[in-house]
Design a protein around this ligand. Structure first.
Ligand SMILES: C[S@@+](CC[C@H](N)C(=O)[O-])C[C@H]1O[C@@H](n2cnc3c(N)ncnc32)[C@H](O)[C@@H]1O
Length: 180
């Protein structure tokens, strides 16, 4: 991994815990998955300060892909911008400031990563599923740590005939769904 990227990730792991960043293990998992499946376009809801975005964009730099990432909080949006610059990954990232799912995205996506307001996950998936084809992957963080708050989401993904879903014990827990 490039030195600037590794150093930025390390700095955020040491100083960014209060911004609810994903675990190192989850970052590594997302990074490997993107490389393995040759994912090109990722949409993330909940940029925060950009930690997960750096893991994702690092993998997209090898698939020549693009990350679209949305953040509603002004200060965190700007911190993420700075961290993406420090990591040297801006070429692979488009940031959107605003409240999902109200933001329009320009393209179809291969992977949707949900890491924002738990009670809104159903509205995110309902909106952005229209931007996904068969074989697309949807990953929701906090499947174990916030299972109660994600009750409706869990019900939705396990009952949808359009999705095949499972719970994976990585980091705070991930719901991983494949579009059928
Ligand atoms: C758990 S943090 C994201 C952490 C980030 N994915 C990481 O690991 O580095 C959640 C972020 O989502 C943002 N957020 C919450 N609801 C949102 C929404 N509806 N649209 C955009 N951003 C949202 C919050 O402001 C917060 O910064």
């Amino acid at each position: 991994m490039d030195k600037n990227i590794a150093e930025t990730l390390k700095k955020l792991e040491e100083t960014g815990k209060q911004f609810w960043i994903i675990s190192h293990e989850t970052g590594e998992f997302l990074n490997r998955l993107i490389r393995k499946k040759n994912v090109k376009r990722v949409l993330e809801i909940g940029t925060s300060i950009g930690y997960s975005g750096i893991w994702i964009a690092e993998a997209l730099s090898s698939t020549n892909g693009k990350l679209y990432t949305m953040e509603s909080h002004n200060e965190r949006f700007n911190k993420a911008k700075k961290h993406f610059q420090e990591a040297g990954l801006t070429k692979y990232i488009t940031q959107f400031k605003g409240h999902a799912p109200d933001i329009e995205i320009p393209n179809m996506i291969d992977l949707l990563f949900l890491d924002a307001t738990k009670i809104e996950y159903v509205s995110y998936i309902k909106t952005f599923l229209f931007h996904m084809k068969k074989g697309g992957i949807i990953i929701a963080d906090n499947a174990i740590s916030h299972r109660e708050a994600l009750k409706e989401y869990e019900k939705y993904i396990f009952n949808s005939p359009q999705l095949e879903s499972r719970l994976v014990e990585i980091g705070s827990g991930l719901f991983i769904s494949t579009v059928l």
